[in-house]
Ligand binder design. Structure first.
Ligand SMILES: [Zn+2]
Length: 129
């Protein structure tokens, strides 16, 4: 993803703003231009819940280069409300404390720092509640 596009998307990501298809109700997060379910291009803004439960998770021992200073870390599939599943890092948690069905809250945090450009990327992380 380009840096410009990344920064454009930050406000929506920060507010957990999704798009809800006006035709079939499909919820797209991040936003999409075209509904993958019905092909409609009409969306209304839809605010996701910031709490959810863990559907599955894994511990990453060897990460991609940009995350190599963070290993090991936990990544989970989080179901927000009963609507949307997202993938997020589960921060500040010992793997033995993470349970399927466990409740989490999303927080907006620094995710990664690009060493050369000095670009700090922010995004949501899940923390156990
Ligand atoms: Zn649709």
């Amino acid at each position: 993803m380009s840096v410009a596009r990344y920064w454009r998307e930050i406000p929506r990501r920060y507010r957990l703003e999704a798009g809800k298809c006006s035709n079939c109700g499909y919820i797209a997060f991040p936003h999409r231009l075209v509904c993958p379910e019905c092909g409609s291009r009409k969306f209304e803004d839809y605010r996701l819940k910031d709490t959810g439960k863990i559907v599955s998770f894994t511990t990453i021992e060897v990460g991609p280069t940009e995350f190599s200073d963070q290993v090991p870390y936990n990544v989970g599939i989080i179901e927000l409300g009963d609507e949307v599943r997202i993938t997020a890092q589960i921060a500040d948690a010992d793997p033995k404390d993470i349970k399927i069905g466990g409740k989490v809250k999303l927080e907006f945090r620094k995710i990664q720092q690009d060493g050369h450009a000095g670009v700090i990327k922010y995004g949501y992380k899940a923390v156990l509640v």
